[in-house]
Design a protein around this ligand. Structure first.
Ligand code: WQD
Length: 341
């Protein structure tokens, strides 16, 4: 059974990928220092993988962590590198936290691959690499503009590290998946998003308002040049996103040679902040109190994916719609107990 190392595998996206890997015959190996994830997620992963995974509580910024994992596991057939901080707004407030964590961990992954002879890498990149795109619908060939947030810049830098390594003819097969906005939770409601403290992202904040954990949601700006004045994003179900990683591994694991490929992983549909709030209330029959505030530094007005290449080359497309995402997010929220209550 092929072993796939998931850095940041105890996180929101990583936990769903661990389950998808198991369901597709891989053995997930989670490397996580729980700096941005809750340990309770491990119980959910155990349940959904019938305990067919391993966990290494280590820091992927430390090169030795990879030696320890390989020694313990005996083999690592590929790496999915997810470990990173990912809140656009927070990165504007604390750039050095993002530069240190996101770029050092990427370096450590590539360094380990070189030292330990690991040839396959799928990288969790982001649509934020496009900065403020000329056209709101982006393809993988869309010009990379200056990043609009330190978070986006760390993803640009990480993509560049992969490209520079590729140019050395290093025998690596690398895929960069540019995520759009992952939301929702596993349909079983056994795993989902567990933000630590105040959620930076829109949907977990909405579900916490719906659950009465928070009084209201502030819409960060309704004066953008969009139909309803609020920002537009491409919201993708986290399980659809996880499946894209399984298909990416299938594309490179048994190949030889050297490659670097990039795929947008989005639905191809833009949805505004206001629409997300309205759809959530409708499908879950749960009221959400809204106030309108100032714009959030680092936000781009509108971006969503042209994901044709992923469909053509990976055979991937999003299966869930916005309504499913928001129903699953709500089902998951209802399983949670407010911290400190
Ligand atoms: C979405 C919209 C906010 C909270 C995310 C990930 C990032 C990357 C891209 C993967 C924005 C508005 C939010 C709130 C609000 N994905 N908002 N009130 O910034 O697009 O980034 O997708 O790499 O990692 O974080 O997502 O959910 O923070 O914001 O009005 O309380 O919702 O201003 O317009 P974002 P988000």
């Amino acid at each position: 059974m092929k072993k796939i190392l998931l850095t940041g595998g105890a996180g929101y996206i990583g936990s769903h990928i661990a389950v998808s890997l198991y369901e597709n015959g891989y053995f997930p190996v989670i490397l996580d220092n729980f700096s941005n994830s809750e340990r309770q997620v491990i119980n959910g992963i155990k349940a959904l993988t019938e305990n067919n995974f391993s966990l290494h509580d280590l820091d992927c910024k430390d090169p030795e962590s990879f030696d320890k994992v390989l020694e313990a596991e005996g083999r690592i057939d590929g790496i999915i590198h997810l470990a990173a901080y990912k809140a656009v707004g927070e990165s504007v407030q604390d750039p050095l936290k993002y530069y240190h964590n996101n770029m050092t961990s990427m370096w450590a992954v590539l360094d380990a691959m070189e030292r330990l002879g690991i040839e396959n890498l799928v990288f969790s990149s982001s649509c934020t690499v496009y900065g403020t795109p000329e056209n709101e619908v982006v393809t993988e060939e869309t010009a990379i503009n200056p990043a609009f947030s330190p978070y986006g810049y760390t993803k640009q830098a990480c993509e560049r590290m992969m490209e520079d390594l590729h140019k050395t003819n290093s025998r690596k097969k690398q895929i960069r998946l540019r995520y759009f906005n992952p939301i929702g939770a596993h349909p079983s409601a056994v795993i989902g998003e567990l933000p630590i403290g105040t959620p930076n992202n829109l949907v977990p904040y909405i579900t916490q308002v719906g659950a009465g954990w928070r009084e209201q949601i502030t819409v960060f700006g309704n004066d953008y040049e969009t139909a309803d004045g609020t920002c537009i994003r491409d919201y993708i179900h986290v399980v659809d996103l996880a499946e894209a990683h399984v298909l990416s591994l299938g594309r490179i694991l048994d190949k030889s040679g050297s490659s670097l490929e990039t795929f947008n992983i989005g639905t191809g549909k833009g949805t505004s902040v206001q629409e997300i709030i309205d759809i959530f209330q409708e499908v879950n029959n749960t009221p959400i109190k809204v106030v309108y505030g100032d714009r959030r530094p680092g936000d781009v007005p509108s971006i969503y994916a042209n994901a044709d290449r992923a469909y053509k080359e990976l055979g991937w497309s999003a299966k869930y719609g916005i309504e499913d995402c928001l129903k699953h997010a709500w089902h998951w929220q209802k399983t949670l107990t407010k911290p400190g209550s």
